[in-house]
Design a protein around this ligand. Structure first.
Ligand code: PLP
Length: 402
């Protein structure tokens, strides 16, 4: 059966059938604790009943329409989301994927500034195609625009001045050609890494000075994932454009870009024109509306604080000779490994991922940064955390015996 599916990915040797909350069940009835929240999307867990209800109700009315028509639920979702986001944003459009949102934001910035160059940080993952991909770690294109940066959990870093000097020379050499800087507040796909706050703030200030725009890619860090409502709140910056995705649809493909009317006003109708079949569709926007309502009514972000603390303390308390470092930012966690016995770091990463899967825990991993990764649903319960802790200890103890 797998033979019919293009091998665009390394598929795990199980077939999954259904999911609820933090759990996924395979075709044989085996349960797995989903510590990746799908693809970092299901912050509210899989299939919350309120979202299933909205899907049923909205799809019985209208799923899709021609691009020339709007639906009341879309307008309500826009208003609700803008109200939810801190800052002075008053314009939005809904799209389908995170990649599309970032790509839209970049093209919007290019048209406004009438410039062509786009900067990022070198370990960012910003999208699967287009310029967003070119400036991601997954591409060898546009290497000159991917800034080297200091990694630091805090505001400062020892070699900050050196990095700033290098970045300044990249920026100063092309100041009149830079349209925007795209920031992934905490890098995840490229390895869980936080850029030093002062560095990020410096780059964003330089963008203001050269009249380039700051885009923040909140596709993964948004909606409480990084410990704040949005990842940009970790820094003292004021983005011009936000790209949202993933958690906005809690597993349904809806994304958005958020900006200000003074930027929109700089473009003529033909420059602003953008159309694809499912932009602003009622089904996706009704789900986005419900997601925001649930965040508010269930106080999801406030309640996740205790979970963050619990997982942070547990992971930081782990003491095994093969652990190099534990990274922890909100509900984004990674364990980085060092060589142990005859196992290389990538062997360790893959073995631990496979052993945890066997033990009923789905995790993410990056052999590039020798990390395993946990981005569980924000609503993960205390019992589920205990289950996770037990399984991690069991698997790590078994590695010691190798
Ligand atoms: C930070 C970030 N930006 C953009 C994307 C692309 O989003 P999508 O996969 O929905 O196109 C991702 C996906 O992992 C992401 O993590």
């Amino acid at each position: 059966m797998l033979n019919f599916i293009l091998k665009t990915n390394q598929f795990e040797p199980i077939l999954i059938e259904r999911a609820t909350g933090s759990w996924i069940v395979d075709v044989n009835g085996k349960k797995y604790l989903d510590c990746e929240s799908g693809m970092w999307c299901c912050n509210l867990g899989h299939n919350p009943p309120e979202i299933i209800e909205v899907i049923k109700t909205q799809s019985s009315k209208i799923i899709h329409r021609n691009k020339g028509f709007l639906n009341p639920v879309t307008i309500k979702a826009a208003e609700k989301l803008l109200d939810f986001i801190p800052g002075d944003y008053d314009k939005i459009t809904f799209l389908n994927s995170g990649s599309e949102a970032v790509e839209f934001a970049i093209n919007f910035a290019k048209k406004i500034t009438k410039r062509k160059n786009v900067l990022s940080l070198k370990d960012s993952y910003l999208g699967a195609f287009g310029i967003a991909k070119d400036i991601s770690f997954t591409s060898q294109e546009k290497m000159e625009f991917k800034l080297d940066y200091p990694i630091s959990e805090g505001d400062d870093s020892d070699n900050l001045e050196e990095f700033i000097k290098k970045a300044n020379s990249v920026i100063n050499n092309q100041a009149d050609d830079i349209a925007c800087f795209v920031l992934e507040p905490i890098m995840i796909g490229g390895g869980v890494l936080k850029p030093c706050s002062k560095f990020v703030e410096h780059i964003c200030n330089r963008m203001k000075e050269i009249r380039a725009l700051v885009i923040v890619d909140e596709v993964t860090t948004g909606f409480g994932r990084a410990g704040k409502k949005f990842g940009y709140e970790l820094f003292d910056i004021t983005p011009d454009i936000l790209a949202l995705g993933k958690a906005l649809g809690n597993g349904y493909p809806v994304s958005a870009i958020v900006t200000r009317s003074d930027l929109e006003e700089k473009l003529s109708p033909s420059e602003l024109y953008y159309a694809q079949s499912h932009q602003l569709d009622p089904l996706g926007t009704s789900i986005a509306l419900k997601v925001v309502e649930l965040y508010e009514s269930k106080e999801v972000i406030e309640k996740s604080k205790k979970t963050i603390e619990k997982l942070h303390s547990f992971l930081k308390s782990l003491s095994y000779p093969f652990i190099q470092e534990v990274k922890s930012f909100g509900l984004i966690y990674a364990i980085e490994f060092r060589v142990f016995n005859k196992l290389s770091t990538s062997d360790l990463v893959l073995k631990i991922k496979d052993d945890l899967l066997e033990a009923g825990v789905m995790i993410g991993y990056s052999t590039r940064k020798e990390q395993i990764r946990f981005l569980p649903p924000l609503i993960i319960t205390d019992e589920e955390i205990e289950f996770l802790q037990k399984k991690i200890i069991q698997v790590f103890d078994s590695i010691l015996k190798l």
